[in-house]
Design a protein around this ligand. Structure first.
Ligand SMILES: [Zn+2]
Length: 339
């Protein structure tokens, strides 16, 4: 592969953002994009999606400066300030889109958020940035219905939990799933009560290639969002499904991330949404995260797929592609009664 896999230790690091920013700058994106600084989210905004215990414990543990807040969620002295900035970036991105100052906005921030639930930081996440942004859009900016598309390698259990009983928020997730061990993110999780059918999980097999993502997007993501008719599309953009990622085990290239950008832009236009708001989740190969974001941005801007150096010929496993098609069949069959 053209990129080495980095050391697994300390992989959710500031270098992720620095490398992504450097890549975008070196490729002329800073002249094409409007750059906006993220404000710190207020405590009131954090409480739109979280219990006061999460807010206070992140603050307290940050003052202590070390220790663990949840599974794989460690504290450090600047944690609280960073987490408020990440949530503030997400909040600002929906504000820009809903108020018409931007069509699409991308919040290049860390720490990520989609594993943080109402009451528990977990999996490198403290505050659920995308959930906070969507709640903010709905409660403060008048958005009535929102779709969240999450293509991070991992299932966004925190986002799913926060909105599981909310019929006005659709959650559509494509993720890696272990059909031997099982776990959260199964396609049978469809939402509770009036929200049944608004939670759409597409659990793909390990080592899924671009072809399986394309099938999931075309056969499930597009019809699901079209049917829901959201007033805003929020995107949990995780790039750890890339084949060179040290954490995820999928086999996709930047072609998929371009296609996701293109698809979201087309959906927003067709549905008359003001646009889409993207929030960075995972993606831990610092050599790859920049090109991945570049691909998404070009897709969003309606440009042709950029030729990127990771787009080498990959050997596709036909058995995985075929098995994923059957999984997509199951997803559609499960959702059929609600559609
Ligand atoms: Zn992830």
């Amino acid at each position: 592969m053209p990129f080495s896999r980095p050391n697994i230790e300390s992989f959710e690091s500031p270098l992720r953002i620095q490398m992504a920013e450097a890549h975008l700058r070196d490729h002329g994106f800073m002249d094409r994009l409007m750059q906006v600084k993220a404000p710190r989210a207020t405590e009131e905004t954090i409480l739109l999606a979280h219990s006061s215990y999460v807010l206070d414990s992140v603050k307290l543990m940050s003052e202590i400066g070390r220790g663990q807040l949840g599974e794989s969620s460690y504290s450090s002295p600047e944690l609280f300030a960073s987490a408020l900035l990440a949530a503030g970036g997400a909040q600002r991105s929906v504000e820009l889109v809903v108020k018409g100052d931007a069509i699409h906005a991308f919040s290049l921030m860390r720490p990520p958020g989609h594993h943080a639930s109402t009451s528990t930081p977990s999996g490198l996440c403290y505050f659920n940035n995308v959930a906070i942004a969507v709640k903010y859009a709905m409660e403060k900016l008048g958005v009535r219905r929102a779709s969240i598309l999450d293509f991070d390698d991992h299932f966004g259990n925190g986002t799913a939990e926060i909105f599981y009983g909310n019929p006005d928020v659709q959650y559509v997730s494509i993720h890696e799933y272990d059909y031997e061990e099982y776990g959260l993110g199964h396609y049978m999780e469809v939402g509770h009560g009036k929200a049944a059918g608004t939670k759409v999980n597409i659990p793909l097999l390990e080592m899924s290639p671009d072809a399986s993502y394309k099938a999931a997007i075309d056969r499930v993501v597009v019809p699901a969002i079209n049917r829901f008719r959201p007033g805003l599309i929020a995107v949990s953009a995780g790039y750890d499904a890339h084949f060179a990622d040290p954490v995820g085990n999928m086999d996709v290239t930047t072609k998929t991330f371009w296609y996701l950008g293109k698809t979201v832009a087309k959906l927003a236009e067709k549905l008359g949404c003001p646009g889409s708001s993207w929030v960075l989740e995972g993606g831990y190969n610092t050599m790859v995260i920049g090109p991945c974001i570049e691909a998404s941005l070009e897709g969003l801007a309606g440009k042709a797929m950029p030729k990127l150096s990771d787009q080498v010929e990959r050997k596709t496993d036909g058995i995985i592609v075929e098995a994923n098609e059957r999984i997509v069949d199951q997803v559609l069959e499960t959702l059929d009664p609600y559609w």
